[in-house]
Design a protein around this ligand. Sequence first.
Ligand SMILES: [Zn+2]
Length: 211
Amino acid sequence: MSVTAVKSTVLDVDWSTQTVLPIEFRGREIQLEARAYQGCDPTYQALVLINRPKPGEDVKIPVVRVHSGCVTGDIFHSLRCDCYQQLQAALETIVDTPNGVLIYLPYHEGRGIGLVNKIRAYALQDKGLDTVDANVEIGEPIDAREYDLTAAILFDLGFNEIRLLTNNPAKVEALRQEGITVAEQIPVVTEPSIYNQRYLETKRVRMAHKL
Ligand SMILES: [Zn+2]
């Protein structure tokens, strides 16, 4: 899809606003530029946090985390997935990197199938299915996430070339398809728990994640 096509289908409205957001991160107060984006479809929403370079700081290619929202993981620190640990690990890099960027996509919940379907899939996993087979069983795609909004945001920020914090090669490929140059894939290292071992194993074996 060309840049023009992305902009015309995703972002043809007055769709962004910004402020400064001070956050507490591991005992430090950090000032981040915060932007909210919305496209024509209300599910096309994103919160973007940017660690802008301070005067005199060396600016390299932006380091970007494109994080799929996960209510159970990000907010309640669920141990069934590694979303919270990945978010924390990504933030650690972002707050120490000039032009570190977090793009947070709330509607990517459950790899894009939504909260209710995610919990439905969890119930099937309780009966022995893995994450891939559970999604198939409830008639949902294994991964329903789209990255056209993310690409449009990166173009808007002037970040056409990025270093991407991810273990997921499909995410790298999807952004490249949208016209973003992914100069480097930086792995996000997390510690497995007894609850998410199978989830992580399925990501590695069936979804080619580099874990
Ligand atoms: Zn999660």
